[in-house]
Every structure is written in C-alpha cells, then in structure tokens.
Write a protein that binds this ligand. Structure first.
Ligand SMILES: Cc1ncc(C[n+]2csc(CCOP(=O)(O)OP(=O)(O)O)c2C)c(N)n1
Length: 274
C-alpha cells in the first residue's frame, strides 16, 4: 500500500497533467475532466484502499468513472499514483495507446470498469458493490456520475435498486456542474433538487462544494458512518474549473485549443498553487 497525498495539491497536479497530456492532440474533454479533478484527488489521494503495484488486488476499493469521457482526469491520477509511467499520458487517444479517450478496463492498469455509454456505470457499480456484499467483503465501491448523465433512465433503475439491497458500501457522486454536452442541464431536461430526489429513493444523500476537498472527504466520512443505505454525494462544481480557457465557457465539453492556451493555463494553475 502506498502513501497518501495532499488532495488539494493533488487536484492541481491532476489538472496540470491533463493539460500536458492533451497539449499535443489539441482537443479533448476538458470541461468534465476539470470539474471532476477534486473528487478524484480525494479518492485516489487519501480515501481509497488501493495498491498501484497490484491494480487487480481483490481487497481494493473500486471506482467506476461512469462519465467515461472524463477518463483523462482519472488517467492523470493513476499515473501520478504510479499505476503506469507519467510519460504515457501523452499517448491518450492515439493509435495503440493503453489510454483511450473513454475508460476501458481491458486496456488500462487501474481502470475498474469500461464506461462511455452514459448511465451504465450506475448498474455496473451496483453490481460490484452487490457482489462484494454477497461475498461478505467490506471494501467500498465509488461511482462518479455526470449531471447530464442523470437524465438517463438507467440511473433511476439503479436508484431504486441499491437501497432495496442496502448497499451501504456504495458511495456515489454526481458532478453537478449544471452543464452537459450542448448547454445547461436546466434548459435541456431540468434535474432540479437531485439531492432530495435520491433521498426520496432511499439513499443517504448530502450535498457539498465539489471543489472543497475537505468538504468532500468529510461527506465521505459521514456516509461511511451509516450502515443501511447507499450514499449519494452531490458535488456542486463548475465545468472547466481551474482551466482558464474553459472555466465559465458554455461550450467547454469537448474543446479544441492551442499549445499556447495550454501552457498559459498550466502556468495559471501553477501560480494558483494549493
Ligand atoms: C448513452 C449516451 N448518450 C449520449 C452520449 C454522448 N455524450 C457524451 S458526454 C455527454 C454529456 C454528458 O454530460 P454530463 O453527464 O453532465 O457530463 P459532464 O458535464 O460532467 O462532463 C453526452 C450527451 C453518451 N456518451 N452516452
């Protein structure tokens, strides 16, 4: 088992590594990678029971990145933790790579589930959590959903099923950045009070500032205290957070950018520090 990382500094490293990785390509899913960097940093920096030397260790905690297009942020965290060399990040989304644009458990050390078709990660994470429960194991399954993704019907089948099975070792997050591929979620199919909706379905649900690493860690700790219900932590985030050419931009889901934009954004993140 390896050492823990300061999650605030780790989140900035993840953002910087994503930009360095995509710099040569000149395009990528910047918005949703940046909004998810803080929760990934908390999980892979201090919360999850993992061993980068043994990605398939059966006693590990599992992570399902259901919004699979944010793969680059997860790859950055995995590389920084030592699952594979940092230089490999530069191969993202190129021929022959182990790092396809969307997560693939058969390609990448440390990726627990193949994702990209939105909605499916809810079901697969429930399957992992339920399987581990049936085996009498105490490891946790973590799941990250997008808010636009929550417009998928499959999410709500899972929302019904997980409380029925008392999957208390399933801890889910929604990256509630209020944007999806082509606009604001409220204009396309409004999600309204998602926290209350999950409570009504029988989850232990709470909401926090998704860029406050201490608040995220505290919410996870609260979730772990209860033994009966699956946990849903709604993360209020900003799409593109921390990347100056993406933050506050409406169409920042999949963007093209220049090397100069990347370098400036990296400098900005480095100046911001932690
Ligand atoms: C089933 C399915 N329908 C459509 C898409 C195309 N798609 C990819 S990302 C995306 C928007 C997702 O928005 P959200 O879940 O809010 O992600 P985030 O903003 O956090 O990146 C869409 C529609 C898909 N991948 N899967």
């Amino acid at each position: 088992m390896e050492q823990k990382q300061n999650p605030k500094a780790f989140a900035q490293e993840i953002r910087i590594s994503v930009l360095k990785a995509l710099e040569n390509l000149g395009f990528g899913h910047i918005g949703g990678a940046m909004s998810a960097s803080d929760v990934i940093a908390v999980l892979y920096g201090e919360v999850m029971k993992i061993d980068p030397q043994k990605p398939d260790w059966e006693e590990r905690d599992y992570f399902v990145m259901s919004k699979g297009h944010a793969g680059p942020a997860l790859y950055a965290a995995l590389a920084l933790r030592g699952y594979f060399p940092l230089e490999e990040l530069k191969t993202i989304n190129t021929n022959g790579t182990r790092l396809p644009s969307h997560c693939d458990r058969n390609s990448t050390p440390g990726i627990d589930m193949t994702t990209g078709s939105l909605g499916q990660g809810m079901s697969t994470a429930i399957g992992i959590a339920h399987g581990n429960k049936l085996l009498g194991k105490s490891n946790y399954t973590y799941l990250l959903l997008g808010d636009g993704e929550c417009q998928e019907g499959q999410i709500w089948e899972g929302a019904l099923y997980a409380p029925q099975q008392k999957l208390s070792h399933l801890i889910a997050f929604i990256d509630y950045n209020k944007q999806q591929l082509d606009g604001y979620t409220k204009d396309i199919c409004d999600l309204d009070d998602l926290c209350q909706k999950f409570r009504d379905f029988g989850w232990y649900a709470l909401e926090v500032d998704g860029h406050n690493v201490d608040a995220i860690a505290h919410a996870i700790a609260l979730g772990k205290q209860q033994q009966e219900k699956p946990v849903m932590i709604l993360l209020h985030t900003q799409k593109g957070k921390g990347c100056d050419f993406a933050e506050g931009v409406l169409y920042n889901h999949h963007m093209t950018f220049t090397k100069e934009q990347c370098e400036n954004a990296i400098r900005h993140l480095q100046k911001e520090g932690c």
